[in-house]
Write a protein that binds this ligand. Structure first.
Ligand code: FAS
Ligand code: PHB
Length: 390
């Protein structure tokens, strides 16, 4: 098999790049480990930066997002039983975010790939990358009992944190930076009306909580839990009871509870792999970087990688201009690290850290005091949350 760009990973990163390149007449093949149903069954991100939304529209995949997604001009921070609204629209000079689940983003991308007869191969096993530094890379994989080789010009590693691509970069080349947080997020999806029209980030002595949503009848909630907890430790009643404990009383009083249709614990980590290019392999999205979801940067950082790669690939194939490819890693990492900073800042400010020193606890409270009392601090939060420029 031959293609111009072989993309490993059929998550939002891989699918979005495949769709954008297809519209420019650039041929791709996407290799996905799991079935489409499995990929769509994962409940993840919920907030899209305006830059991501623009990219989805450019990919001709924005129609349902614009119809069903909800534009949010702000969110609340709950502290000591009170709500404090962060006015994103005012403090970002008129920008906002769209609340539209990653599951729906991925569904729209799959449907567009199918509509345009895009090559997305599922249930792929044993993907291996070859001759990445040779100028003529190839990818082999096994499907049923057959080993197939794909010859290509470029390989895109969009296969997430546990994928094969980052691990195909020699240890002597790759540098990894990691910070593991001493807690996780227990997330619940419920077919209940959201408790609030806008997101509520909760700072509470018992731990962080987040009230989010997917639609007027589908809610997404999280509570911070110790890393030692497992989903089995948390009945629905236990979850709802703990969430109510952490919410301001007036909010808890109007919380509509119901059966969890999805319940999972995600550990929180910050991670960056450098460089994001090795020979003709380019890493994008979670394959190269992970953030704690507190700042809603994960999926949005993947989007800016894809935008940079998209323009670089078009310049190469249409104009023989390799400046975008040569500058990709440095440009992507500059924005990735700003997302790392913002995610670390939001996580450190809003979570309860076990065995935290008294001084650090007072500093944490002061950080939140400063944010809630300073328009300058809120402008900084807003410009990061709606999305720094690409
Ligand atoms: P993905 O991991 O989504 O996709 C990679 C794809 O590659 C997967 O489909 C995988 O099956 C496939 N793959 C892996 N290895 C392969 C191989 N060897 N061969 C072929 N295919 C392979 N972000 C937020 O902004 N907000 C959130 O609330 C949030 N919650 C999250 C919760 C969890 C549990 C996780 C893991 C992530 C969460 N994220 C969140 C981040 C998440 O949204 C990612 O940023 C987003 O999925 C990135 O998309 P991709 O880079 O496409 O990676
Ligand atoms: C979500 O809706 O899943 C969500 C929203 C905002 C975050 C994290 C997760 O910061």
């Amino acid at each position: 098999m031959k293609t111009q760009v072989c993309i490993i990973g059929g998550g939002p990163s891989g699918l979005l790049l495949s769709q954008l390149l297809h519209l420019q007449g650039i041929d791709t093949i996407v290799l996905e480990k799991h079935s489409r149903e499995y990929v769509l069954g994962r409940i993840r991100a919920g907030v899209l930066e305006h830059g991501f939304a623009a990219l989805m529209r450019e990919a001709q995949c924005g129609e349902r997002m614009d119809r069903e997604g909800q534009i949010h001009h702000g969110f609340h921070i709950a502290r000591n039983g009170r709500l404090h609204r962060m006015d994103l629209h005012k403090h970002s000079g008129g920008n906002s975010v769209i609340v539209y689940g990653q599951t729906e983003v991925t569904r729209d991308l799959y449907e567009a790939r199918e509509r345009m007869q895009g090559a997305v191969l599922h249930d792929i096993e044993d993907v291996q990358l070859h001759d990445l530094a040779s100028g003529s890379p190839s990818v082999t994989f096994r499907r049923r009992d057959e080993v197939v080789r794909i010859e290509c010009r470029f390989v895109i590693g969009a296969d997430g944190f546990h994928g094969v691509s980052r691990k195909s970069i020699p240890r002597t080349v790759l540098r990894e930076y990691e910070k593991v947080y001493p807690f996780g997020w227990l997330g619940v999806l419920s077919r209940t009306p959201p408790v609030s029209e806008e997101l509520i980030y909760v700072q509470h002595e018992r731990g962080f909580a987040l009230c989010s949503l997917r639609s007027p009848v589908l809610s997404r909630y999280y509570v911070q839990v110790p890393l030692t907890d497992s989903v089995e430790d948390w009945s629905d009643d236990a979850f709802w009871g703990e969430l109510k404990h952490r919410l301001p009383a007036e909010v808890a009083a109007r919380l509509v509870t119901g059966p969890a249709i999805e319940k999972s614990i995600a550990p929180l980590r910050s991670f960056v792999a450098e460089p994001m290019r090795y020979g003709n392999l380019f890493l994008a999205g979670d394959a190269a970087h992970i953030v704690p979801p507190t700042g809603a940067r994960g999926l949005n950082s993947a989007a800016s990688d894809i935008q940079y790669l998209y323009h670089a690939m078009v310049a190469h194939f249409k104009r023989g201009d390799d400046s975008g490819l040569d500058g990709y890693s440095a440009k992507a990492l500059a924005r990735v690290w700003k997302a790392q900073r913002f995610s670390w800042w939001m996580t450190t400010m809003l979570h309860t850290f076990p065995q935290q020193a008294d001084y650090d606890q007072r500093l944490q409270q002061t950080e939140l005091d400063y944010l809630l009392s300073s328009e300058a601090a809120q402008r900084s939060l807003a410009e990061n949350y709606v999305g720094l420029p690409y």
